[in-house]
Write a protein that binds this ligand. Structure first.
Ligand code: SF4
Length: 352
């Protein structure tokens, strides 16, 4: 019997005896092959490439009494993970994303300070030169933060997933001639000379792919980020005050114009995680909830009224964007985190 639920195919197949096992398997493979050919939506498969199919999509076979369960999963080798992370490291450091470049262009049009305008134009020129010459946009190529959204139907083969990611960082920073900025022991302060360890966040998602997002995070802006537990009664006004206080304390040290990621809710750990996710949102995209989108707009206005300006030298464009992510939280708590992203707002996403 052949049944399909979501992307998995389950095959029940009778095995009469050990002697007939090989024959049974052959019949089973023919059955799967005809199933695949008749169900183009499952996987694109051409006749004569069945072996390739088996290499790319493994079958987890559990053989119990008179029954074969066969689960289709996609094989991804650790070497592919290492290669993907490596390329993403240097691509992120060389090529500033389009939404950030557009943000610079818009800011340059509206900037009231002549010096601020000139700085914004220099940032645009710097980004263009970095891209043309394949050089890092900023000397600080950051702490490498890697977000991995791993499909539930993926099987990692050939080694350890986390080691593969760290190897990718090592390879990317070496081959891309990126500055190594990481010390191993935070108190002994010895540079690891390969920019590892990076910080890896993994999330299980439906599907048979892995999406990597590499975020080389500059030290200056990360150092000026902050988290606080507010009292629930402090509400929206309390959140706004904390965000503005954090941005004012950062001043020019966070290398403005900045992108501000705000996390509201969750726990001690969750609130900082969603604040970091918030800085990955595209400049120009608002939260789906209207009251949160409204808060994003109000905060952007208030931050730009501080007068900190590009590079902290005064002006009307301190932030390019404010993104907020929220999470449910305890009745006694209102945690808020502000993750500041500098003008080197680098990010690179790849799906494998
Ligand atoms: S904080 Fe950002 S812009 Fe400033 S030096 Fe570090 S990476 Fe460069």
């Amino acid at each position: 019997m052949l049944t399909k639920s979501h992307d998995n195919i389950k095959v029940d197949h009778k095995i009469e005896s050990c002697e007939t096992f090989k024959h049974s398997c052959e019949r089973l493979i023919k059955k799967i092959e005809s199933y695949i050919l008749n169900n183009n939506n499952v996987v694109k498969h051409k006749q004569g490439q069945f072996e390739t199919f088996f290499n790319d999509f493994i079958t987890v076979v559990s053989i119990s009494h008179r029954k074969v369960d066969l689960l289709f999963m996609r094989n991804i080798h650790v070497d592919k993970i290492t290669e993907t992370v490596a390329i993403s490291c240097w691509e992120a450091c060389y090529y500033l994303p389009e939404d950030i470049l557009n943000g610079f262009q818009e800011a340059a049009k509206t900037e009231e300070s002549p010096l601020g305008k000139s700085i914004l134009n220099q940032l645009i020129e710097n980004a263009e030169l970095a891209a043309v010459e394949n050089r890092p946009y900023c000397h600080d190529t950051g702490l490498t933060v890697v977000f991995a959204e791993v499909g539930q139907d993926v099987h990692i083969e050939g080694g350890d997933f986390y080691e593969a990611v760290q190897n990718g960082i090592r390879k990317g920073y070496k081959e891309g001639y990126l500055r190594n900025s990481i010390v191993g022991d935070p108190l002994l302060r010895k540079n690891t000379n390969d920019n590892t360890p990076g910080v890896v966040h993994t999330k299980l998602v439906p599907g048979d792919k892995i999406k990597f997002t590499v975020l080389p995070k500059g030290g200056g802006s990360e150092n000026m980020s902050a988290m606080k537990f507010l009292l629930p009664g402090e509400g929206v006004e309390g959140v706004k005050k904390f965000v503005i206080d954090t941005i004012e304390a950062a001043g020019g040290k966070a290398c403005p114009p900045i992108v501000v990621g705000v996390g509201i809710g969750g726990s001690f750990d969750k609130v900082t995680e969603i604040a970091k996710e918030a800085i990955l949102r595209e400049v120009g995209s608002h939260h789906d909830e209207p009251h949160i989108a409204e808060l994003e707009k109000e905060l952007l206005d208030d931050i730009n009224k501080t007068g900190i300006g590009p590079q902290g030298l005064g002006g009307s464009n301190t932030a390019l964007w404010v993104s907020i992510e929220t999470h449910g939280c305890h009745i006694t708590a209102l945690p808020v985190a502000v993750n500041i992203q500098c003008h080197a707002a680098r990010k690179k996403s790849v799906v494998i």
